[in-house]
Design a protein around this ligand. Structure first.
Ligand SMILES: C[S@@+](CC[C@H](N)C(=O)[O-])C[C@H]1O[C@@H](n2cnc3c(N)ncnc32)[C@H](O)[C@@H]1O
Length: 333
């Protein structure tokens, strides 16, 4: 038994969080704030009266579809949330990182099978698999798994994969794709576009039959917080942190992942060190990060840079290139 606690299921989403009432209130408020921003854009744009009506209509179409999508999740959470729990929350409403919903960016890269997304996925997966080809594993855990495609790509090398994200909506979206044939959404580009069609293209996400089978056979997707993962000590062979390491300061989550990883288990980091928190004293360099692991009895197996486009969108004339740091460390004790 790898889990050390029980879960609850809300709207089909499996949740391993101790103070679930407060978690649901926080999830509701994040989605509510994000949809308020969609609503404000809808209101402002609908008052427009000028020559750029075609451009405005494109954006209206996009914000409305996404607004309805998010409302569907809010409807699931609404009955689980009390006003008292919302008022008790200590959430920074001005923190853009917190209120920006990343689901649609990741749904597009992961489950729309577009050339630009597949390119990023292929580089990441091949680089990691190449390094793991001499190992034999039973299980693994993916931290901050997002929309889940990268996880599914590793099904062939594990008997069981645990895959977690703190975002209710990310896991809800994975379930939605597993229960429905397809899911429509937009990734609006108000700027950096050549032509009107590119301002808002409609995308359809779907999980094909082959990947559904892999998920049913091997993957357990659930909500939990990296700061309080629901696993017994020494229960996991591998822990993946792909585009996750820089979300929270290492010193806060290292003790937990260190305790649940087995001896000779691997910690795998892939991504930039873009740090989405504000405390500069915790923004470790790759060298410091590596030496932190070594001081804690880990042996460095891989330490290199792999370049990828990041969440590239072919309808935009701008995109990011990440010089991803790829680091694998083996626990010695
Ligand atoms: C940059 S995204 C990466 C998603 C995914 N790893 C990928 O590369 O496709 C980071 C993810 O971490 C999740 N996250 C943020 N804080 C978390 C926490 N405390 N515990 C678990 N997941 C968290 C976010 O919800 C988000 O889905």
């Amino acid at each position: 038994m790898v889990f050390n606690t029980d879960f609850v299921i809300i709207g089909g989403v499996k949740i391993y969080i101790k103070d679930v009432d407060s978690y649901l209130a926080e999830s509701f408020l994040l989605l509510y704030n994000s949809n308020k921003s969609n609503e404000n854009k809808l209101l402002n744009l609908s008052r427009y009266n000028g020559e750029r009506q075609q451009y405005v209509d494109k954006l209206l179409e996009a914000y409305l579809e996404n607004f309805n999508n998010i409302n569907e999740i809010l409807a699931v959470l609404k009955d689980t949330v009390s006003v008292d729990n919302i008022l008790k929350l200590n959430l920074n409403r001005n923190d853009n990182y917190q209120i920006t919903l990343k689901d649609f960016w990741y749904l597009k890269r992961d489950w729309c099978y577009l050339k630009e997304g597949e390119e990023q996925i292929e580089i990441i997966v091949n680089s990691i698999k190449e390094e793991l080809s001499n190992y034999k594993f039973q299980n693994s855990l993916f931290l901050g798994c997002g929309a889940g495609r990268l996880v599914v790509e590793f099904c062939d090398i594990f008997d069981k994969i645990y895959s977690t994200d703190k975002s209710f909506s990310m896991i809800w979206h994975i379930n939605k794709l597993l229960n429905n044939v397809s899911y429509d959404f937009y990734n609006p580009n108000p700027k950096n576009v050549f032509k009107i069609e590119d301002v808002a293209r409609k995308y359809t996400a779907a999980i094909d039959i082959e990947n559904r089978k892999k998920i049913a056979d091997k993957i357990d997707f659930f909500v939990s917080d990296v700061l309080d993962l629901p696993f017994n000590n020494y229960s996991l062979n591998t822990i993946f942190s792909i585009y996750f390491t820089d979300v929270i300061a290492l010193k806060l989550w290292f003790p937990k992942i260190n305790s649940i990883l087995k001896s000779k288990g691997l910690f795998i980091h892939f991504g930039p060190l873009d740090y989405f928190f504000s405390d500069e004293t915790e923004m470790l360099t790759a060298e410091e990060f590596k030496s932190f692991f070594e001081k804690n009895n880990y042996k460095t197996i891989v330490d290199k840079i792999i370049e990828t486009p990041h969440l590239k969108d072919d309808s935009s004339i701008s995109y990011q290139i990440y010089k991803n740091w790829f680091f694998i460390a083996e626990k010695q004790l």
